[in-house]
Design a protein around this ligand. Structure first.
Ligand SMILES: Nc1ncnc2c1ncn2[C@@H]1O[C@H](COP(=O)(O)OP(=O)(O)OP(=O)(O)O)[C@@H](O)[C@H]1O
Ligand SMILES: [Mg+2]
Length: 465
């Protein structure tokens, strides 16, 4: 888990502060540009004032151009203590008249159009300077020419102003970011308060309490709480089913165990060997019933669906059915029941747990042998449906009443009319195995009266060869 997933607060802070920091950075760049423009506008105006003041004092005296520089004009500029000021008066063809002869020339791309002033940045005497230039046309009867007046000023004051404006903006933006971070931090604590209350309420519950959560929660977590409630409902249902099952199993085990206890007590007290023999036979029967119950319970636990779907390899279910049927033929013969297998001779591949399928078929045949009277018929049939394998076990015994066709699949359910000993788990095991292999088991109503037809359908993920 990354740090962002671990804390909602950090996650939110990240998504608010980082974009805000980026926006602030762009704003700062914008502020710098605007400050530069504003500072230039103000300072250029003063620069122009000085240049114009000098221009006023450029006159033609006979054949010569005379300049009487008004120092007050330059003083206008030097008010910015740390800056230095330079000037130059020249004829338009760059012929120096007075001032600093080496002041940087007007760049070629800035053409002085008429009397319009121009401003440009340059470097002079190792310092950055801003130069303002105006041009004037002078004329007398003997001479007419254009003079250009340049006034340059180092940019210390300008940069100081720009720096100050940027610092101010940076301070404000930092303040916004800090306040945003604080809002996220404290706001989230407040926002998460209902969840904290919910947590405390859940913690106060006792372990068995799986009632739905009915606390008032923010809209955003309502779906989460609804999902938790559904989970709790399912959990309560499965815990209930498990408790009922354990209670039933214990109850079922208690009956034969109580019989075993009584019968052993009787056998111990009995002196007549014939009577002892009889009691021992009962004892054996009870022990067998207990063993059967334990075996069925184990089958049921094995049949429970495993995570990740049915496990096991591909096998031939036809061969398996034939073998199990064959194994049970002697028991059928002993009861005078005609047990047989019907189906194709071709192998039918199926993927799943082989032992569980043996259990399934055994349980179905066992039922026909247990509940059908002597002289009846019982068939095991297997065929391919569309994408599924169908296994049917049919007999012409007493049948199962329509109202019990679903109930017989319930755990421990036994029909009142059950003639043979059993624990009521056989058909639940069959259905559980079928369902854990993407199939199902049902009792199909028959057209003729009486008899039972159990149909198990199994999804065939393997193509029949
Ligand atoms: N072929 C059948 N003919 C008539 N009744 C049947 C048949 N198969 C099942 N039943 C009825 O369905 C009930 C449930 O059968 P199930 O196999 O689940 O339990 P059981 O046979 O009683 O016990 P066991 O767990 O030992 O198999 C039986 O008690 C019986 O009444
Ligand atoms: Mg049974």
């Amino acid at each position: 888990m990354s740090w962002r997933n671990r804390s909602l607060r950090r996650r939110l802070a990240f998504w608010i502060i980082v974009p805000l920091a980026f926006v602030s950075l762009f704003l700062l760049l914008d502020v710098r540009e605007n400050s530069r423009r504003a500072a230039n506008e103000v300072f250029d105006r003063v620069l122009l004032g000085s240049a114009l003041a000098i221009a006023e004092r450029v006159v033609i005296d006979g054949d010569e151009i005379v300049v009487d520089v008004p120092y007050v004009a330059l003083e206008m500029l030097t008010s910015a203590a740390q800056d230095r000021v330079f000037y130059q008066v020249s004829k338009s063809d760059r012929q120096f008249i007075t001032g600093y002869s080496d002041l940087p020339n007007i760049p070629d791309h800035l053409v002085v159009a008429g009397d319009q002033p121009v401003f440009y940045d340059a470097e002079y005497k190792g310092s950055q300077v801003r130069v303002g230039a105006v041009s004037r046309f002078l004329s007398s009867s003997r001479l007419s020419t254009r003079v250009t007046i340049k006034v340059a000023e180092t940019v210390g004051a300008r940069n100081a102003l720009i720096g100050e404006l940027i610092r101010d903006a940076a301070l404000r933006l930092s303040l916004i970011i800090i306040v945003a971070a604080m809002i996220v931090w404290f706001g989230l604590s407040r926002g998460l308060k209902p969840l904290e209350t919910l947590e405390q309420a859940i913690n106060r519950r006792n372990r068995e309490d799986l009632r739905p959560i009915e606390h008032e929660v923010p809209y955003e977590v309502r779906n989460l709480v609804a999902s938790i409630n559904q989970l709790m409902e399912r959990l309560a249902r499965s815990i209930g089913a498990m408790q009922r099952f354990t209670a039933n199993a214990a109850h079922q085990l208690r009956t034969p165990m109580a019989a075993i206890k009584t019968q052993t007590e009787l056998a111990l007290k009995e002196n007549d060997p014939a009577e002892t023999q009889k009691t021992l036979a009962h004892l054996h029967e009870s022990a067998e019933q207990t063993t059967r119950l334990i075996n069925q319970l184990m089958s049921l636990s094995r049949a429970a669906p495993t995570e990740g779907g049915p496990q096991g390899e591909e096998f031939d279910i036809r061969a398996l059915c034939v073998n199990v049927t064959r194994e049970m033929v002697p028991a059928a013969l002993a009861r005078n029941i005609d047990l047989g297998f019907e189906g194709s001779d071709e192998p039918i591949p199926l993927k799943g747990d082989r032992t569980l399928f043996e259990e399934l078929v055994k349980n179905l045949i066992d039922n026909t042998l247990s509940y059908c009277p002597s002289g009846t018929r019982s068939s095991v049939r297997l065929f391919n449906g569309s994408g599924e394998v169908i296994l049917e076990v049919e007999d012409d015994g007493p049948g199962i009443p329509a109202e019990e066709r679903e109930r017989v699949f319930e755990r421990f359910y036994r029909s009142d009319a059950s003639s043979a000993p059993g624990c009521g788990l056989g058909l639940s095991i069959v259905r559980e195995i079928a369902r854990s292999h993407d199939g199902d088991a049902i009792i199909v109503p028959r057209s003729e009266p009486g008899g039972t037809l159990v149909r198990v359908s199994l999804a065939q993920s393997v193509e029949a060869s």
